[in-house]
Design a protein around this ligand. Structure first.
Ligand code: GRF
Length: 188
């Protein structure tokens, strides 16, 4: 089994889905050492506790700078023997400290058909642009925002009466299938 860490900043439903897949025996290649979050009150914290894993709550503001923050994160990762990092709604750019340590070993999922609609509010951007189709992309992480090499994508329709919330639900349903499939395939 490959040791992985999951990074999240918000609701953590993709994290929760991955943990559920592991519990059901559907994802047997990974062992999640811990959840890492940069937010002190994010709902993902309770989900981590529910799954009985270590939750590292590391707010970047409490460090001198980004490098000091990432060096501390890296120390924890190394102590836990982590080989891969899975970003699941982690709302920060990965800096050079972590990129150098985990080159080619960091995955992200983004709610658009990259290279379209990088960055924040990808769902709103697709909706407001009158797209008839959007989806989700899993990609390797590089220094840019949602710019790393694409691994897999899945599409879904946008309906005329969609709201951001209804579209987000449809995309998340895709993500709960897509991310575990890619994790199973890529992390070995
Ligand atoms: C997902 O839509 C993912 O694509 C994006 O952030 C969202 C995280 O949602 N990077 P959740 O916290 O897993 O519910």
């Amino acid at each position: 089994m490959v040791k992985v860490a999951i990074f999240a900043s918000g609701s953590g439903t993709n994290f929760d889905n991955i943990m559920q897949r592991i519990a059901k025996g559907e994802l047997q290649n990974i062992d999640v050492t811990a959840l890492y979050t940069d937010q002190t009150t994010a709902p993902c914290i309770q989900l981590g506790q529910k799954h009985g894993i270590t939750v590292h709550i590391l707010p970047p503001k409490t460090y001198a700078n980004k490098q000091a923050y990432e060096e501390d994160v890296l120390n924890h990762l190394k102590n836990e023997g982590v080989e891969w990092v899975i970003l699941a709604g982690y709302m920060r750019l990965i800096g050079h400290t972590l990129l150098e340590a985990y080159e080619g070993h960091i995955l992200n999922i983004h709610p658009s058909l990259l290279p379209k609609y990088k960055g924040i509010d990808a769902i709103g951007q697709a909706l407001n642009n009158g797209e008839q189709e959007t989806g989700s992309t899993v990609h390797y992480v590089d220094a840019g925002m949602d710019t790393g090499q694409i691994i897999a994508q899945r599409t879904c329709p946008i309906y005329p009466n969609d709201t951001k919330s209804s579209l987000e639900d449809r995309i998340k349903a895709l993500e709960y299938e897509l991310y575990p499939e890619v994790i199973k395939e890529i992390i070995r």
